[in-house]
Each structure stands twice: as structure tokens, then as C-alpha cells.
Design a protein around this ligand. Sequence first.
Ligand code: DAH
Length: 345
Amino acid sequence: MDDRIELVQSEALAAVSDAQDLDALQQVRIQYLGKKGSIQQLMSFMKSLSREEKPAFGQKVNLCKQTVTDAVEARQKELKAAALVKQMEEEKLDITLAGYDLEIGTVHPLMMIQQEIEDLFLGMGYKIAEGPEVEQDYYNFELANIPKDHPARDMQDTFYIDPNTLLRTHTTAMQMRELEKARGGLPIKLICPGKVYRRDDDDATHSHQFMQSEGLVVGEHITLADLKGTLEFMANKMFGEGRKIRFRPSYFPFTEPSVEVDVSCPFCNGRGCSVCKQTGWIEILGAGMVHPHVLEMNGFDPDKCSGFAFGVGLERVAMLKYGIDDIRNFYINDQRFLKTFDRFD
Ligand code: DAH
């Protein structure tokens, strides 16, 4: 009978150490230690033993049961520890693994031009002013000396929201707001960059939305020569040293006299090329002396002060500076285009 106990015990211990995971160990436990398990079955032999033999036999079976129970518990600890190690292996974070590169955007070329203009005028003591894109007819046209039914309104096809409200067609609207705000106070020295809108069909050189910056200086004894010096300085900064500018007579209702400003062609240095159509000059902006009537309407005395103003198209400057031949490139946000302006590359 003792052999039988030993056999069951050694079988059970072998099965315990063979169990490779907790499920398998549980099966072994049921098989040997369960209610109908092999060790319990040994007890059934008690019946066939004599009174004297029973206690010793019972003790041996209990010892066997205890030995197997201890072995199961020990193995369970081992398997649990192994399972934990495995789980930690599987869930391990490899902190040496290279992360994903964050896509960093680029400064939009129009913003680069705007910032360049802002920097150079701030350096000359100008302020930067802002104004609304949804503007009143009053500031966009009336105060700029363009009353209703004035033919000059046709120069700028307008998006109207209602008869008195529109999308500003030029940054000159901000010039008017600033003049009104100053209430005759001198001097005024500011630029106003921003978006403007016109009912144009989009093509390579036209866009229904584009950017301008207005410039305005009002003070005592401001002359056309001040305007010329200022614009020459700007042209040299924007297009490289050695640029010349020239004035051609023009017409704007809010300036008198009005001029169209050309810069000597930066591509051929004024000798004549396909970009400047062999003229050596490229038109860059409109300007003039603030019209006395505009000064008056805004509370300034044109006998005591004068001023110059200009309006420059930022797309035009960017296209010339970077050799871009289609204005639509600025708005379709094609990464291949925008990335060519990446300062961090
Ligand atoms: N507002 C004009 C335009 O959009 C540009 C302009 C011309 C602005 C002459 C001025 C100026 O301030 O003096 O075409």
C-alpha cells in the first residue's frame, strides 16, 4: 500500500514540475488534490485496512497530500513570477526607439514679405495699424474722396454685404480710419498691412483676395521728395542695394498729385529683360500726396500740414522677389510650393 502512495506522490510531483503554466497546474491540482483526485482515492483503501493499520496509513496519505500541496503552491509562485516577467517583456517600452518627426510648418511667403516690410518701417519709427476686413463704405470710399457714383468706384469691383458694408477693396480704408482717429493731431507715421478683396476673376495675375500694405505720413512740410526717399529706401531693402525708383504720373482720387512707382528691374539691373519687358523698370506700387480734401474731411488743415501715402501689393512684391509667376500659388497651399520657403531647411 505504501508503494501505491509513493507512486501517486512521485507521479503528482512530476506532473507539478512539468506544468508549464497556471492553467496546466490547476489541472494537475484537480487531478491529484481534487475531491475525486488520485490522493483522495487513496483514502478509499482505508476501508480494507485493519484498525491498527488505519492511523499510520492515514498519516502517510496526509503527508503525501501535504507534500503535493506544497509542491503545487511552490510551482504556482514560480509560474506567477515567470508570467509577470513575460508580461513585462511584452509590454516593455523601448525608450531608445526614435520618435516620429513633428512636421513643422513654414512661414508663408506673404507673411515673410509682410514681416520684412513691418521690420523696415518699424526701424524708421512707423507704427503698425490694423482695421476691419468687413468695412463701411464710408471708410473704404467716402472718406477716400470717392463719393457714390464717382467713376473711380469702377476701378475696384466690390463685394458688397449691404449698401453700406463691404469687404474692403484696399488698405486705404485703414488710412482713412487712422486719419479720422488722429483728429488733426500730428505727426502721423504708420503702415497698415492686411487682406483686401475685389470681384475679380482669378487668373495668374488676379485674385479676388490679396494683400496690401498702406503707408501714411502726415506732418509739416512733408513733400513728394520725402515719399521718393522713403520708397527708394524700401526698394533697396526689399530688392537689393542699388535699386532706383521712378515716378510716373497717375490718378487716385485720394492723392494729388498721384504717381505710379517703378523700381529698376532687379533681374537685369535695369538693362532690359523679359521680366521687365525690355524697359528696365517694373511697376511696384501706387502713391501720392494725400489729397487736401481728404485731409480736410478728416479734420486736418491742408494749409498747415501735408502728407504722403502709398499702397503696395504684397503678392506683387513676393512674385518679383522670388520669381513666382502665378499668384494662385499663394492660396492653394501646396506643400511643395510652401516648403521652398522653409527658412529652417
Ligand atoms: N489704394 C490703391 C489701390 O488699391 C493703392 C494706393 C495708391 C494707395 C495711392 C495709396 C496711394 O495710399 O496714395 O490701388
